[in-house]
Design a protein around this ligand. Structure first.
Ligand code: AKG
Length: 376
């Protein structure tokens, strides 16, 4: 079996090329293929700044010597920043990515049959039910697969398979670092926003924090005309897309996270893009293995009275390379009431229920605007 054959066998069947691959460079397809680096393939009319230029506008925050003013500016202007000197050992990051790659390279059927919560396998959408079970939805495919991992049960878990058990223990260790980083960042943001510390604590729910290990398989057909444009899921805030005949493929299409904040570690392939609301422009988020990307979610936007931005972001597909990223999502406590001058008081449970309702009725997540006072 060639390397490409086994790579493709680990992909969900709908992600496999329509005709046999000859070699990595010699791909024969039913659909036309598009080079991912060509800006004109972007379905939006805004330009995307490429990261091969030296220019990297994303704010950089140093975890070791936190500058609260810089942090505050980053949260107001971008809702996303790069975090350096975070203290997560490089050996752990390397192990995390090596093992994620190994586990995700297992045959698709095995991944689908063998994983259940607290480590569940998903593909085609990052959507999940409230209990963490992946919602597989072949319509409006996002070119993504991965594991949704609930953090709190990990220490008690034991897998017989040594690869899986070692992966579990690495995720557990990585999750502890994420909690450490998230706690410090949230404390700094709460100080900046002058939020009542007791209230902020009650918003946070250590028990429901989770990781998501994503693999973006190589995408052999970047556009397809056989998929109805339909959105979406309850954790991510995809925007309604205009009806179009050709549906662009995305690793994950444009959304904001429903979290308080999310922390991402990506390999060196690239593909993540963030929207800057003052520039009205998409930017590529440069991959940099020793840094983390922190982005604010809907709950933080609400808690900050819209002073902080839940960053709109998306992930491009790549014809030549797979990409691995690991996200940590810090969620609000189910029952803590989020009070704000801009929104009706609501809990995360209310928010999620509303989103699920929207998915059923309008077909996509409306998210925060549903809770805005006076329908401003
Ligand atoms: O993989 C990435 O770079 C981003 C993942 C993401 O947008 C998400 O999980 O919400």
């Amino acid at each position: 079996m060639t390397q490409t054959d086994s790579e493709v066998e680990s992909y969900p069947p709908l992600f496999r090329p329509k005709k046999t691959l000859q070699t990595t460079d010699d791909i024969k397809l039913d659909h036309a293929t598009f080079d991912n680096s060509d800006e004109s393939n972007q379905p939006t009319n805004s330009k995307v700044l490429e990261f091969d230029s030296e220019f990297d506008p994303l704010p950089v925050i140093d975890f070791k010597s936190l500058n609260n003013t810089k942090l505050d500016e980053a949260c107001r202007e971008w809702g996303m920043f790069r975090l350096i000197n975070h203290g997560i050992p490089m050996t752990l990051l390397n192990q995390l990515h090596t093992q994620a790659r190994q586990v995700l390279s297992l045959p698709f059927e095995y991944k689908q049959a063998s994983f259940t919560p607290p480590m569940s396998y998903f593909w085609g959408t990052p959507g999940l039910t409230p209990s963490g079970v992946a919602i597989t939805r072949p319509q409006n495919l996002n070119w993504i697969e991965g594991f949704h991992v609930l953090l709190s049960p990990l220490p008690q878990l034991l897998y017989e398979d040594p690869l899986l058990d070692s992966f579990r223990s690495i995720l557990d260790e990585y999750g502890r670092h994420q909690r450490r980083v998230a706690t410090t960042m949230l404390e700094a943001m709460a100080i900046n926003l002058q939020l009542d510390p007791m209230r902020t604590k009650s918003y946070l729910s250590p028990g429901t924090g989770h990781l998501r290990v994503h693999r973006y398989p190589r995408c052999f057909d970047q556009y397809s005309d056989d998929v109805p444009p339909q959105n979406n899921d309850d954790h991510h805030h995809h925007q309604a897309q205009p009806q179009q005949h050709f549906q662009a493929r995305w690793g994950i299409d444009v959304h904001t996270d429903s979290s308080i904040l999310s922390i991402l570690h990506q390999d060196d392939v690239g593909g993540l893009q963030v929207y800057n609301t003052s520039d009205h422009q998409w930017f590529n988020v440069k991959p940099q293995f020793d840094s983390l990307i922190v982005n604010l979610g809907d709950m933080m936007q609400a808690m900050s009275d819209d002073n902080y931005i839940a960053a709109k972001h998306r992930v491009k597909v790549n014809k030549h390379k797979e990409r691995i990223s690991v996200g940590c999502f810090v969620l609000a406590h189910e029952d803590a009431v989020i009070e704000s001058s801009k929104y009706k008081p609501f809990t995360y449970a209310d928010f999620r229920a509303e989103v699920q309702q929207d998915l059923k009725t309008v077909g996509y997540k409306i998210g925060l605007p549903k809770f805005r006072l006076n329908n401003e």
